[in-house]
Design a protein around this ligand. Structure first.
Ligand SMILES: C[S@@+](CC[C@H](N)C(=O)[O-])C[C@H]1O[C@@H](n2cnc3c(N)ncnc32)[C@H](O)[C@@H]1O
Length: 215
C-alpha cells in the first residue's frame, strides 16, 4: 500500500485516539491490499483509492473500538467485504467476529481473507431477518451493521441478535438525533447508552455511533 494510505490511516487513528497496535496496523494493511486485489475481479467496494480505503473503510470501522467496551463476540450484519467486522478483528484479536451477508461472493472474500490474516472471523451467507437460530447466526455481545438500513429498520432487526446485556450499535451520520434514538430503542427493549459524534479527518465527513444495551 502507498504512502497516502499509511498517512490517512495514521492520521485517523491519532485524531480519534484509537487503540491500534503495530500488529493490527500490519493486518489492516494486508486486509486493504487483499480487498483491492479481489476488487479487480469481484465487485466488493466502489472505493479504490488507497487513502480513501484507509479513511472510509478502515478508520470508520476502527472508530467503533471504544464503543465495543469489553464485548467478546461481535456480529456484523450485511458486512459486504467484512466492513466493519474484519478491521475490528484485526485490532481486537480477542474478539470473535461473525460477518454475515446475503451475497455469497462477498462472504467468500471474508472467509479467504480471515484465513490469510489469521484473524477470528467466521463468514456466514445468510439473509438476516431477525431469526438467529433459523439463520445459523449467533446472538452476540455486540451487534453492528454499516450502510445496511436506516435506524428505524436496523434497531428492530439488530436487536434480535443481541445477547442479554449486550450492545446494539448503529453507524450514523450528521442527522443522528439522540431523543429519537432513545425512543426507538425503548420501543424494542433497548436502553439508550450513548451517542458519540466524530469527524473523519481527511474528508471531514460527520459520523456518529449510537449504542443501546439490551435489558
Ligand atoms: C451497502 S452494503 C454495505 C456493506 C458493508 N457493511 C460496508 O459498509 O461496506 C450492504 C450489504 O448488506 C447486504 N444485505 C442487505 N440486506 C441484508 C440482510 N437482510 N441480511 C444480510 N445481508 C444483507 C448486502 O448484500 C450488501 O452487501
Amino acid at each position: 500500500m502507498d504512502r497516502a494510505f499509511h498517512e490517512a490511516l495514521a492520521l485517523g487513528i491519532e485524531r480519534l485516539r484509537l487503540p491500534v497496535d503495530a500488529t493490527a496496523l500490519a493486518l489492516l494493511e494486508r486486509y486493504a491490499d487483499r480487498l483491492l486485489a479481489w476488487n479487480r475481479k469481484v465487485n466488493l467496494t466502489a472505493i479504490t483509492d488507497a487513502a480513501q480505503v484507509a479513511e472510509k473503510h478502515l478508520v470508520d470501522s476502527l472508530a467503533l473500538l471504544p464503543a465495543l467496551g469489553g464485548a467478546r463476540t461481535l456480529l456484523d450484519v450485511g458486512s459486504g467485504a467484512g466492513i466493519p467486522g474484519v478491521p475490528l478483528a484485526c485490532a481486537r484479536r480477542d474478539l470473535a467476529v461473525t460477518c454475515c451477508d446475503s451475497v455469497t461472493k462477498k462472504i467468500a472474500f471474508v472467509k479467504a481473507v480471515a484465513v490469510e490474516l489469521g484473524v477470528d472471523v467466521r463468514g456466514v451467507v445468510a439473509r438476516a431477518e431477525g431469526k438467529p437460530e433459523d439463520e445459523r447466526l449467533p446472538r452476540a455481545e455486540a451487534v453492528v451493521s454499516r450502510a445496511l438500513a436506516d435506524p428505524e429498520r436496523w434497531v428492530p432487526l439488530g436487536a434480535a441478535y443481541v445477547a442479554e446485556g449486550g450492545l446494539l450499535l448503529a453507524m450514523l451520520g450528521r442527522d443522528a438525533d439522540e431523543a429519537a434514538l432513545t425512543a426507538l430503542g425503548a420501543a424494542h427493549g433497548l436502553a439508550f447508552a450513548g451517542l458519540d459524534r466524530f469527524e473523519l479527518p481527511l474528508s471531514r465527513s460527520a459520523r456518529a455511533i449510537a449504542r443501546w444495551r439490551k435489558q
